[in-house]
Each structure stands twice: as structure tokens, then as C-alpha cells.
Design a protein. Structure first.
Length: 343
């Protein structure tokens, strides 16, 4: 059976916004999910790599500069595929980029990867609530970063009052009115917003009796971050026993509803030659599909839309509109098959 492709999640933001804090939080709350990490910072000393040292086995650092400007696409793909060695069993890859990295270039790199085992997992852009107003004056380009984000994390909310926080929320919403926004303290968000948890139990000890990394973190984590898990998310589910219309589904995946971060699903089409199971993933309009046999499973479509600030009724109405009504569409399936990958 083919293995699902591994999402590559990008974490970006200006220096000091909380990117590394977010990464450390994700690693601490991995709960059996194996996260491969690419970290880098500018200069000869990789400060961010030192900050996360010891928290991720096999952490990879591209220390010769920022991912988006010092390593070409071929080099990045090589580093990423290095994390996909079977022995590692990686479930998700997170790239923590330098604060001066250009997010648009990062997205182009990841979406342009030739390896079908990898797929774009979204850009989470971290902003410092206390510094955003001044940062926009000094660096107007920050708006261009926010507008292409798939998720905006408004961090350090505890450093501003309610009025200031409301202003920051209005700024972000005016620049990007479709991406979900979460407000956090210490960059604490639910990992389930960014990626699925692996169906794997944490092993408490190694063969020589030593604690594993996960077990050690579980012991040392005092769960103090649970009190401010502002970064929760919504999940809207949809099931249809009737087949879906490929062209309408493609339109939904490419232009998701406001507040959507990612979409996943198993889909059935009633199209000659295409009655296999289609596994689909979409983030920010970037779609990936795999074709698999049903293997005795009922031919039922199940879709899940994950985000924050979703209008559940709108999401379900749009999903219902993807159900095939029998209207002939000879070439409609091409709108899905163009996203097929072989893993």
C-alpha cells in the first residue's frame, strides 16, 4: 500500500516574533508524531539550531544561510528527502526559517519540489503583537508576507492590552482576510491545526533502558502551556454516499472558504476509468491527490476542513455543492487528475 506524502510546513516571521518558540512547542507536544526539522539562521553561527539542540533527534540545519536565498531548490529537496529515510519514519517536516527569509520564495521552493513523497503543508506566519505596528513602518514588506500566509499566528498577546490586540487583529484581517488567525501567548497552538497526529504510541524506554526523547519531554513538561492554549482550531466534517463532482471539488480545494488552513479527504467519483479512491490534500489552494484501490471499503466520500474562524454552515453548504448531480462533464476529471502524484 502506498504511503501518504509528507507535508512540509513552513514557519516564518521577522526576528524575535517567536518562530523557534513555536517549533519547540510543536516538538514538545508531538505525542508520537515524528517531526523532521530543518532549521537555519543567517551567519556562521546557527543560533536557532543551538536553541533547539537536544529536542529533536536528527535535526538538520542548513547553516550556510537562509533557506530561501542561499540554497537552491535542488539543495533544499536533497535535505528534505534526507529526512525521509525509511528508518526515521518521519510524519511531517517543519522548516523554521530565518526572520529575514522571503516567504514567497520558500513557497515556490516547496511547491516546485519534484519528489512526490513531499507536499506543501502551508505557511504559518508569526507576528509579534507588541511590535507589529512599528515593524510595518520600518519594513512595509511585512504586509506582503502576511498576505500570502496560510495561517497567521498573532503571538505575545500577553504583552499588549485588549485595545492594542484588537488593532493588530484588524491590521492582519485587512491584509489577509481569508487565512485563519490564532492569538497566542508563547506561540502555543494546537499542532492538530498544522498537521495530523500520527497513529503511533510513544515508547517509554529504549532497548538499553534509557528514556526516549519523547518520554523525557513528557516527564519534564509541566503542562503549564495548557492554560493558554489559545491556538485551538475548528474541524468541519462532511460525508457523502453519492459521488462527488471532480470539477466542483477542484474549485473548492483551490479556493477554500475563509478561515480554512487545510483540507483532507477520501473521495469517490462516478467517472469511467476513475472509480478508484482519491486521497486529496489542499493547503492555500495547493492541491495534491493520490489514487488508491478501495480494498473493500465502502465507496463513500469523507472530507475534513480544518482552520480557525470557519463559518461551519458556509463550509458545509459549499461541500454539499460538490456532490455530482449527473450533469455530463467529459473532461471534468482532469481538474483532479492534474494533481495526481505517485508515492
Amino acid at each position: 500500500m502506498s504511503r501518504e506524502s509528507v507535508p512540509v510546513v513552513l514557519i516564518a516571521g521577522f526576528l524575535g516574533s517567536g518562530k523557534t518558540t513555536l517549533l519547540n512547542h510543536l516538538l514538545r507536544r508531538a505525542s508520537g508524531t515524528r517531526i523532521g526539522v530543518l532549521v537555519n539562521d543567517f551567519g556562521s553561527i546557527n543560533i536557532d539550531a543551538m536553541l533547539i539542540a537536544g529536542q529533536a533527534d536528527g535535526t538538520v540545519s542548513l547553516s550556510n544561510g537562509c533557506v530561501c536565498c542561499s540554497v537552491d531548490a535542488e539543495g533544499v529537496e536533497s535535505a528534505l528527502t534526507g529526512l525521509l529515510r525509511p528508518s526515521a519514519g518521519i510524519d511531517v517536516i517543519v522548516i523554521e526559517a530565518s526572520g529575514i527569509a522571503e516567504p514567497r520564495a520558500l513557497i515556490r521552493m516547496i511547491t516546485g519540489l519534484a519528489d512526490p513523497r513531499l507536499r506543501y503543508g502551508g505557511l504559518a506566519y508569526v507576528v509579534d503583537a507588541a511590535a507589529l505596528t512599528g515593524l510595518r513602518r520600518r519594513h512595509p514588506e511585512v504586509d506582503r508576507h502576511i498576505e500570502i500566509a496560510d495561517l497567521v499566528v498573532i503571538n505575545k498577546a500577553d504583552l499588549v492590552d485588549d485595545a492594542e490586540l484588537a488593532v493588530v487583529g484588524e491590521i492582519v484581517g485587512a491584509v489577509n482576510d481569508t487565512a485563519p488567525t490564532v492569538v497566542t501567548r508563547d506561540a502555543v497552538i494546537d499542532p492538530g491545526l498544522l498537521f495530523d497526529a500520527a497513529d503511533r504510541q510513544r515508547a517509554p524506554v529504549t532497548s538499553d533502558g534509557q528514556l526516549t526523547l519523547d518520554a523525557l519531554l513528557a516527564q519534564t513538561d509541566d503542562h503549564s502551556d495548557h492554560a493558554h492554549l489559545h491556538g485551538s482550531y475548528q474541524s468541519v466534517e462532511f460525508m457523502s454516499e453519492a459521488p462527488l463532482d471532480p470539477r466542483r471539488l477542484s474549485a473548492f480545494l483551490e479556493r477554500p472558504p475563509a478561515g480554512c488552513y487545510r483540507i483532507k479527504g477520501v473521495v469517490a467519483f462516478d467517472v469511467p476509468g476513475h472509480r478508484q479512491k482519491y486521497v486529496v490534500h489542499a493547503v492555500g489552494g495547493f492541491v495534491r491527490a493520490q489514487r488508491q484501490p478501495w480494498s473493500g471499503e465502502p465507496r463513500i466520500s469523507n472530507m475534513v476542513v480544518i482552520g480557525a474562524g470557519l463559518d461551519e454552515s458556509e463550509v458545509k453548504a459549499r461541500l454539499r455543492a460538490t456532490v455530482d448531480d449527473g450533469t455530463p462533464d467529459e473532461h471534468g476529471i482532469l481538474s483532479i487528475t492534474r494533481y495526481l502524484s505517485s508515492v
